[in-house]
Design a protein around this ligand. Structure first.
Ligand SMILES: [Zn+2]
Length: 189
């Protein structure tokens, strides 16, 4: 059985048994917040349980590392949509210890791509089109610095109103303990 057929088979059971009824809620976050966090597997349930967030409480945006790299990329767009259209009044950026992005070596990843069959010619075309692959694929040294940097980018974004607090936190992926990096209430006007 493939993973996909396993998923679809379970899904049929899930819908037939109406297990979805436990999750009934609206698209507006009850706790009026949007979270940017990492796609790490250990955080799927742990992050929400550790913050006492249930289905319907928050909008959640995820990527590798909880990093905001571009002020006009899809992550920032999602945060703005959450604030302006979905009634999120606060933003939380939550990185975590032992993040894959803290160990990411762009040169190693490019060599892995080559090993999997991506030709050098393709890498050259991408590079010649102005993409600095090493920079694009680089991770971070300190998760606290990375979170603080993303918080700053969001807070200083020209399209975000200044009365929206932007908090920065780091979570332990084993215990769920949160450490505060930036208290957004101190920076709002
Ligand atoms: Zn991570």
């Amino acid at each position: 059985m493939t993973l996909l057929s396993e998923i679809l088979e379970y899904n049929q059971y899930f819908t037939e048994e109406k297990l979805y009824e436990d999750f009934s809620t609206s698209k507006f976050p009850d706790k009026k917040m949007v979270i940017l966090t990492c796609m790490d597997t250990r955080l799927i349930e742990l992050l929400h349980k550790a913050m006492n967030i249930k289905n319907g409480d928050a909008k959640v945006v995820k990527n590798a590392g909880a990093i905001l790299t571009h002020p006009f990329g899809s992550i920032m767009r999602s945060l703005l949509i959450a604030v302006y259209e979905l009634k999120a009044d606060e933003v939380c950026v939550i990185g975590h210890h032992d993040c894959g992005m803290s160990a990411l070596d762009s040169r190693q990843m490019i060599s892995d791509m080559k090993e999997r069959g991506i030709p050098q010619e393709t890498l050259d075309i991408v590079t010649n089109s102005g993409i600095d692959l090493n920079k694009w694929l680089e991770g971070f040294d300190s998760v606290e610095e990375s979170v603080a940097h993303s918080v700053n980018m969001i807070r200083n974004h020209p399209l975000l109103v200044k009365d929206v607090p932007v908090h920065g936190l780091v979570i332990d992926p084993e215990t769920g303990k949160l450490d505060l990096v930036v208290d957004g209430y101190k920076n709002t006007k």
